[in-house]
Design a protein around this ligand. Sequence first.
Ligand SMILES: C[S@@+](CC[C@H](N)C(=O)[O-])C[C@H]1O[C@@H](n2cnc3c(N)ncnc32)[C@H](O)[C@@H]1O
Length: 185
Amino acid sequence: MSDTFRFARAILADRDVAAISPSSRFLVRRVLSRLDLRPGCRILEFGPGPGVITLPLLRRLPSDARLTVVEKNTDFAGLLRSVADKRLQVLEADARDSWDAALASLGGHPDAILASIPFTYLTPDERRQFVSQAYAQLPVGGRLVVFHQYSPLMYSYLKRVFGAARLSFEPLNILPCFVMTAVKR
Ligand SMILES: C[S@@+](CC[C@H](N)C(=O)[O-])C[C@H]1O[C@@H](n2cnc3c(N)ncnc32)[C@H](O)[C@@H]1O
């Protein structure tokens, strides 16, 4: 089954899926270009869906790296659990209350955090808490990459907590998507 069909089916049953189609290859490339994939690195991804970013990321990830993904949708989490890759850990959980479990599964602090959950569905307090947690868990030089359709909503949160953030835009996606990156200094 294609990811496009999976999304169409999933969003009918679960509004938190929040996208009518998976990220395009242009957006995947843009997001992955924000990462520094060094040997032994640890990456945390919130909202992987069926693995649109996860699978290309695994193809680039060094053999001793670790990737933990946190996905709330049962079908998507099940699909990711079927990926046979010892670097990948899948948590079926809500990004709002899974930090401890995610860090335990990762075996330490993440070097990068990716997030494509629908932040519009979170309250302003939950958005602030998410970005503050990300900041607290990243080492100096670590980065948070948020990609979000419709609006650069999270840009001001990233700037406030990290002190600075980079905003870019990928038009070749359904729907066009903002990519926001903040590095801990
Ligand atoms: C817009 S889709 C992005 C999917 C994929 N990363 C992509 O780039 O195509 C958002 C994903 O976040 C998941 N999600 C939504 N709210 C979540 C939450 N609070 N915690 C964890 N995952 C969540 C949805 O189930 C969905 O898979």
